[in-house]
Design a protein around this ligand. Structure first.
Ligand SMILES: [Ca+2]
Ligand SMILES: [Ca+2]
Ligand SMILES: [Ca+2]
Length: 345
C-alpha cells in the first residue's frame, strides 16, 4: 500500500515535489511503478441523463491509461523467469507494431520483458480484464514480489468469468460510474453538468489527433482525441499515442487524459453477454465513429479477451487518506490552477 499512497497527490503536485520523487526513485533499485492520480471530488453528484455518473464518495482515478513501461515492470516483477503461467503477456505485444513489450528469453531473470523503442509511455494493450485485475492486486500488495491473486480481487488462479469484485478501499479497475464521472462530469460546466466528450466539449466530431514520428500527438489542443485512425506513425495507419500528449486543453474537468480514444478502457461493470463480459468505454485510435468516445455509448468485452485497442486505467476508491498539511497547501494551489484553466477553456 505504501507504494501508491504517497503518489496519491502527484497529479497536481509533481511540479512541487519532483525533486523528492527523483530522490525516492534513485534509492530504489527495482523499477517502481508510480501512478499519477487525479482526485475526483463533488461526492453526491446526480446521474447524467444516460443513467451513469453518480458517485457518493471522493476517489482517485489514474490521470493516464496504464502504460507499457508500467506493465513491463509488473511482468518482470511477477514473472522474472518468463514462464507466463498466468498469461499476463500476450505474444502480440511483441509481434505486432502497436504492441509495446518484447519478450527476450535470453535476458537475465527479471528483465526478460522489454519495452520497445518509443512505446514506454504508450498505453498497454493486448491485456484482458484479468490482467488488469492482477496488476491491481500487485499494486495493492506493494509491488515487488506482491502476489497477483488476492488483495483487491480474489482471483485464486481464475482466468475467466465475471464473479470478481474489488474489495472496498483498494486499488483496481474503476466502477463504470467512477470512470464516467471522471470523464464527463463538470459541475457548472455544460447546462446539465455533463459533457458528451471527455474533453469538456459537446462537439460531435472531436478534433482528430495527428502524431509525430515517435507517437506524440502533434496537434495538442482543445477537444483533441486519438480516434479515427488519424495518428499515423511507425508505418501504421492509426496507432496508439503517448498518454497525455493531447495536452491540458483536451483533459477532463478532473484532469484525466485520453478517456476519449487511444485505447478503450475496461471497467468493473459486468454482463453475461459474450460469455461473461466486463464494461468498456471511451473509444480508441481505431474507432471511426465519434460516437464511441461519447457519454452515450457503453460497451462490453469478454472478460478474458484481448485486443490492440483495449487497455485500462486504475481507480482508488474508498476513503481518501487525509493529506498532510503541506499536501493540503499544494492541493489548494492545484484547485486555483484548475479554476483558471476552466475560465481559459
Ligand atoms: Ca493476458
Ligand atoms: Ca450535457
Ligand atoms: Ca482511452
Amino acid at each position: 500500500m505504501a507504494c501508491f499512497r504517497p503518489s496519491g497527490y502527484l497529479a497536481g503536485m509533481k511540479l512541487f515535489f519532483l525533486p523528492l520523487l527523483i530522490v525516492a526513485l534513485a534509492v530504489s533499485a527495482r523499477a517502481t511503478v508510480v501512478i499519477q492520480w487525479s482526485a475526483v471530488g463533488n461526492a453526491g453528484n446526480a446521474n447524467d441523463s444516460t443513467g451513469y455518473g453518480a458517485v457518493d464518495y471522493d476517489y482517485m482515478i489514474g490521470t493516464y491509461e496504464v502504460t507499457n513501461a508500467q506493465y513491463a515492470a509488473f511482468l518482470n516483477a511477477v514473472d522474472p523467469g518468463g514462464t507466463n503461467t498466468l498469461s499476463l503477456y500476450n505474444g502480440n505485444m511483441g509481434s505486432t507494431a502497436r504492441g509495446g513489450i518484447s519478450f527476450i528469453s535470453g535476458n537475465a531473470a527479471g528483465s526478460k520483458y522489454q519495452v520497445k523503442a518509443n512505446m514506454d509511455n504508450k498505453p498497454v494493450n493486448w491485456v484482458s480484464w484479468f490482467d488488469a485485475a492482477r496488476f491491481s492486486n500487485w499494486m495493492q500488495n506493494g509491488q515487488g514480489s506482491g502476489n497477483t491473486e488476492s488483495g483487491s480481487y480474489t482471483l485464486s488462479g481464475a482466468m475467466s468469468g465475471i464473479g470478481f469484485s474489488r474489495a472496498t478501499g483498494t486499488i483496481g479497475l474503476p466502477t463504470e460510474n467512477e470512470w464516467y464521472k471522471a470523464a464527463y462530469h463538470e459541475p457548472g460546466g455544460d447546462v446539465d453538468n455533463y459533457w458528451l466528450n471527455p474533453t469538456r466539449s459537446n462537439t460531435f466530431t472531436a478534433v482528430l489527433a495527428a502524431a509525430n514520428a515517435v507517437g506524440d500527438i502533434s496537434n495538442p489542443g482543445v477537444d483533441v482525441i486519438n480516434w479515427g485512425l488519424g495518428a499515423d506513425w511507425n508505418s501504421q495507419n492509426g496507432n496508439v499515442t503517448t498518454v497525455g500528449s493531447a495536452g491540458a486543453l483536451a483533459a477532463s474537468y478532473y484532469g484525466t487524459f485520453d478517456q476519449g480514444g487511444n485505447v478503450y478502457e475496461l471497467n468493473d461493470a459486468t454482463s453475461t453477454t459474450l460469455g461473461g463480459s466486463r464494461g468498456m468505454r471511451g473509444g480508441s485510435y481505431l474507432t471511426t465513429s465519434p460516437a464511441d468516445h461519447r457519454a452515450t455509448l457503453r460497451y462490453f468485452f469478454t472478460s478474458y479477451a484481448e485486443a490492440d485497442n483495449v487497455g485500462f486505467r486504475l481507480a482508488w476508491a474508498g476513503v481518501v487518506p487525509e493529506p498532510s498539511r503541506t499536501a493540503l497547501a499544494a492541493l489548494g494551489i492545484l484547485l486555483v490552477m484548475k479554476r483558471r484553466r476552466r475560465v481559459a477553456a
